[in-house]
Design a protein around this ligand. Sequence first.
Ligand SMILES: *Cc1c(COP(=O)(O)O)cnc(C)c1O
Length: 497
Amino acid sequence: MKAASRSDLYSKLPSVDELLRTPELTALSAKEGQVAVADAVRVVLGRLREEISSGLLDAAAVDLALAGVGSVVESQVRQALSYSLRPVINATGVILHTNFGRAPLSAAALDHMREIATLYSNLEFDITQAARGKRDVHVDRLFRKLLGESEGSVGTGASQACPEQSRRVQPSEARQPSAPISTIVVNNNAAAVLLALNTLAEGGEVIVSRGELVEIGGSFRIPEVMAKSNATLREVGTTNRTRVADYERAINEKTRLLLRVHRSNFQITGFTEQPSVEELVGLARKRNVPLMEDLGSGALFDLRSIGVSGEPGVLDSLRAGVDVVTYSGDKLLGGPQAGLLSGRADLIARMRANSLFRALRVDKLTYAALEATLLAYVKRDHDAIPALRTMRLSKEEVGKRAEAIAGRIGTAKLSVTAIDGESVIGGGAAPSAVLPTRLLAVTCKGLSADELAARLRASNPPIIARVDEGRVLLDLRTVFPDQDDLVARTLERLAQN
Ligand SMILES: *Cc1c(COP(=O)(O)O)cnc(C)c1O
């Protein structure tokens, strides 16, 4: 009896062709293409069949569903043909957030990418010689300018080991002019570390402090990258204390490299000790073993200018005499995803000659975005780089925008107030690298903070906020000013419903 009524229900369903011939779907096919609409019809009919088979629908419900089937098919088509990768409004106050694509690119980077992407270019062509060229020349020249500049003009100058102690080096210690710095680009910093370890230490040993055997983002772990590079990890010291003598004792005929890794997502405090970069440089020179530093973030501008100290800069490490540094293009540098290897030209040349480099290299779009970003540094136009402009905003500037929104909304249902808080640099800058900001604290009668945050995420574009102590917190520092109105209107809608 039950089975018979079910087959009656199935027989109510029209065929795909019948549905496609209805005026509504004929019009939709003319707009979106018959193939996409037919696919959507199959999905919608399949869903109905499943609901009938699980006993969810009676005859009346099937009739009702069929009456509205045209608009259901239309929204199915729209969903299938829309992008999965789409913008979100980042109201978390985390400036470089890996989940949100890290650094937003500058307008100049986009213009340059569009031109290079849509036309032919001299990516690997020497125009004057009419000969094959190298793709790295386009950015290497800018890195030379930025990393070879006179003392004090760029860089952070702060040591990660002892923030209170300047890491500036004496001229006698400084890199010889005969040892120029060159830079190559690979897919990301993980690739940069892999390439460097494989090139410099394959079959040999790399000495690393036990306090620096870090994991970044779940899949990048120093011991595992070391194993993949075919180098042997030689751990020295302890989790909290490692001295330069520990490194020295571990050096033997198999040692190929001393590696220092920036603790970019945690801090060790209390009874701690870590050799200064200068001490490690001294040991590396004395024993004639190269020293590499995985900076991760790698600032090319002075973070102290925004009140953040203790973050190592690329230039500081190179000036101190580190032979090779690795860092990301889309962390503090504010450019596209990339892994940068800067350092002694002879070592970098060996990495370029490694066949792994060919597998890890980047495409023309990355070079275009990187070149435009680096040019902004050369021009000292830091505000042209969105991530840097965001970091340089004062608490007062963010506060004015927050108060403008708070003043616009506020009903019996929705409370919106501006309060003091902190933005986070993120992206491998020290966890303690925070900036004072003003937040919008939002509560809504009848909704928990988690439910309110979910409503904000469900808006278009999704607004991502923090939840703290029963409130939703929105930090406008990471919201672009032309998105303020959208945030305000979304809150207004919540206040009314
Ligand atoms: C972020 C980071 C990495 C990985 O860089 P990706 O660009 O994400 O590949 C490696 N080492 C350190 C110290 C980092 O901070």
